[in-house]
Design a protein around this ligand. Structure first.
Ligand code: NAD
Ligand code: DGY
Length: 386
């Protein structure tokens, strides 16, 4: 028998019981649920990662829907428990849902929501920050200053790379990968090479138009190329940023062999998911190639780092904060709550998960729809015509 889990309750007399496994930023998401007759229970347990047993205890005997986190293992055990409690709705407070077994959810008739779009620019900005920090050795230089080692300007002190005119490589040019590419191209006039299973048509059009603009103003135009293979990107790019989903095709996409074909002074950034990179191979590569630099927001065995990584001066590491801006995190909470609410109330699924802005305007009520349900087709859920 699992121990009871501590909770905070809002609107105790609400008809529908919605559980959030974590406190989430802002209050709009709570208010939206309360306005629609939900009793909201927020787990207040002082434990960062909840176990399956903890969550089963939270679900209890009657639960209509759950808002969960990417650190939780949402599989057979949790979806069957949710279904037994009468629940049909779950949403990750994240766009990535590799922690969720979609087949198990669909088997129990549970809709699975995620939070696309609201975090695109915020995440791309962190990838751009890591790219810059690595190129200009900002973290190393900051440590040097704080250690009191600076005793005057020197021609060789913390010399890094100029991004202008270099090539940025993007693996996975979806929402975030494309936003990052635009930042690096428009901001730093880099050239692009990308690899994705699909053509990034809008991105290509943007760069073509930007190149025309530069040319018309007497500047060197930027260029773009869609690579036929990921290896082509790795060979040619000076800065490579990883933005694919994590699935069987992308697990250890970056490994000993792929690292070996990258330029010795390349920069690698990962703001996707840790297991996209073989971290043991990466530590080895960083050790053998001191001019190779890496910026990591995610780790293979999160929250842990593989042995040796923390000692590498050519690595910048931050704790999975790519989507951590106030506006984005509040928006993610709102989208996750509305995913769950929409299913409970029998609303349709929003017609385009790439256009979620109408749900984020605090001055008007959100559309009566679930913003993004990833198994909507399998469950045969109706799509909004709004
Ligand atoms: N670090 C963070 O805090 C953070 C924040 C947001 C998202 N993410 C991660 O970023 C991922 C991408 O988010 P998004 O909104 O851009 O999703 P998206 O679906 O718009 O983009 C993912 C892209 O990856 C491509 N892809 C899939 N398999 C591939 C493969 N084998 N090789 C190359 N490309 C492949 C897809 O075609 C797609 O274009 C999420 O799934 C999540 O895991 C991390
Ligand atoms: O997938 C996601 O959304 C992130 O990892 C957290 O923002």
């Amino acid at each position: 028998m699992a121990k009871p889990v501590s909770i905070e309750v809002w609107n105790p007399n609400g008809k529908y019981r919605v559980v959030s496994t974590k406190s989430m930023p802002g209050t709009r998401w709570i208010n939206l649920l309360i306005e629609q007759d939900c009793r909201v229970e927020i787990c207040t347990q002082k434990k960062t990662i909840l176990s399956v047993e903890d969550i089963i205890a939270l679900i209890g005997d009657k639960c209509d829907g759950v808002i969960g986190q990417l650190t939780e293992d949402w599989g057979e055990a949790l979806f069957s428990a949710l279904r037994r409690a009468g629940g049909t709705a779950f949403s990750n407070m994240a766009v990535g849902y590799n922690n969720v077994d979609i087949n198990a959810a669909s088997k129990y008739g549970v809709a699975v929501g995620n939070t696309p779009g609201v975090l695109t620019e915020t995440t791309a900005e962190l990838a751009a920050s890591l790219s810059l920090a690595a190129a200009r050795r900002i973290v190393e230089a900051d440590g040097f200053m704080r250690a009191g080692l600076y005793d005057g300007w020197l021609p060789h002190l913390y010399v890094g790379n100029l991004l202008k005119g270099q090539t940025v490589g993007v693996i996975g040019a979806g929402r975030i990968g494309s936003a990052y590419a635009r930042m690096m191209i428009e901001g730093f006039k880099m050239n692009l090479i990308y690899y994705d299973l699909y053509q990034a048509t809008r991105l290509e059009k943007f760069i073509t138009a930007y190149a025309e603009f530069l040319k018309a103003n007497g500047e060197k135009p930027v260029t773009w190329k869609r690579a036929a293979s990921m290896e082509e990107v790795l060979r040619e790019a000076d800065v490579i940023s990883l933005h694919p989903v994590l699935d069987k095709t992308t697990y250890h996409l970056i490994n000993k062999e792929s690292l070996a074909i990258m330029k010795k002074e390349a920069i690698l950034v990962n703001c996707s998911r840790g297991p996209v990179v073989d971290e043991v191979a990466l530590v080895e590569h960083l050790r053998e190639n001191p001019m190779f630099r890496v910026g990591l927001d995610v780790f293979e065995d999160e929250p842990y780092m593989k042995p040796g990584l923390a000692d590498m001066k050519n690595a910048i590491v931050v704790p999975h904060i790519a989507s951590a801006s106030k506006w984005t995190r509040e928006g993610m909470a709102t989208l996750a709550a509305l995913n769950v609410l929409g299913k409970i109330k029998g609303y349709p699924v929003w017609y385009d998960p790439n256009r979620v802005e109408p749900f984020l305007n605090e001055n008007v009520p959100p559309p009566a729809a679930s913003p993004s349900i990833v198994n909507s087709k399998t469950l045969g859920l109706p799509i909004s015509k709004l």
